[in-house]
Design a protein around this ligand. Structure first.
Ligand SMILES: C[S@@+](CC[C@H](N)C(=O)[O-])C[C@H]1O[C@@H](n2cnc3c(N)ncnc32)[C@H](O)[C@@H]1O
Length: 289
């Protein structure tokens, strides 16, 4: 079990046992098409499979952690400073690096390290881009933020060996998965209210048509013999009504990241799955009984 390196909106740390308890006891490979901060992936540390996200900078970070010597990234992480002025310079550097098409290995390392630094020192650990794709979150107030995270970088490096990393739309998994595999989907949520709009992790939104596309993909995967577990917000459950292979469970979750303090609290989430109850981990493993 490895702790995620990033704070990420929609992070699933509170729901780990609810989610992984619905995974089948046995599966071949594991795929996570909306990996974000990767709380579930890193919790289960699968042996093989794939992760994916539309956020290209996030993908560069995971590729760098997997492919580089962890000591190189840790050394780069140690080069950062804790000051407001440094933060805004680092943010400018990070945004300028995005414009570089063919990045050198050193530039990729720098971009990955800046991502970790900004995530640990920005306001509320949010990731937000403006319409031009620039990361635009202001500096946060932390007494002693840890952006080096040497132990986590090493642990994540080991965990990611053998995992393929993609930067595409979630439908890639139709090709990547095969019978016996497990796919966990954690898409951007439909906002429950207008103040809970977290669909802008990435400059592009995720709308009802995307949710329908996801449902159709889940049905296709089921037909291929793939186990599917999906988390979402309650309004999406209606899309699965009448899809008899899938069952919908409501669970309570505490949202970890919410810029509106009054809006922090218990929020119902739904878990949708085609994994039969009797074969779910929580029904068969003593830790869930
Ligand atoms: C709810 S977050 C995942 C949170 C993650 N489970 C965690 O624990 O941190 C959803 C992710 O989907 C990504 N995303 C948005 N649209 C996408 C698409 N069409 N295909 C793949 N990823 C997408 C976002 O960049 C975001 O990182």
């Amino acid at each position: 079990m490895v702790e995620p390196i990033l704070k990420w909106a929609g992070g699933k740390r509170q729901l780990l046992s609810e989610i992984t308890g619905r995974f089948p006891v046995e599966f071949e490979r594991y795929h996570e098409p909306f990996v974000g901060g990767g709380a579930v992936y890193f919790h289960i540390e699968p042996d093989g499979g794939s992760i994916n996200d539309l956020n290209d900078r996030l993908v560069t970070l995971y590729e760098t952690i997997r492919d580089r010597d962890p000591d190189d990234l840790i050394a780069e992480n140690r080069s950062h400073e804790h000051s407001e002025e440094y933060y805004y310079d680092a943010r400018d550097d990070f945004n300028e690096l995005r414009e570089v098409d063919e990045k050198t290995a050193a530039e990729r390392l720098r971009e990955a390290s800046l991502f970790i630094y900004l995530n640990r020192t920005c306001f509320n650990g949010l990731y937000r881009e403006n319409n031009s794709g620039e990361f635009n979150v202001p500096v946060g107030r932390y007494a002693n933020p840890d952006w080096v995270q040497a132990d986590r970088v090493r642990a994540l490096h080991d965990a990611l060996q053998g995992t393929s990393i993609h930067n595409e739309d979630f439908e890639y998994v139709r090709e990547a998965a095969s019978a016996g595999d497990l796919v966990y989907f954690d898409p951007p949520y439909e906002p429950v209210s207008t103040t809970a709009d977290f669909t802008d992790y990435h400059a592009e939104g995720f709308d009802r048509d995307d949710q329908r596309r996801l449902r159709d993909l889940a049905v296709d995967l089921d037909e291929m013999g793939v186990s599917v577990v999906l988390s979402n917000s309650p309004p999406v459950a209606e899309l699965y009504e009448g899809v008899e292979q899938f069952t919908v469970h409501v669970v309570e979750a505490t949202r970890a990241i919410n810029s509106d303090a009054d809006n922090r609290g218990e929020v119902a989430e739904v878990l949708i799955t085609n994994v039969a109850e009797g074969t779910q981990r929580r029904k068969t493993l003593s830790e869930y009984q």
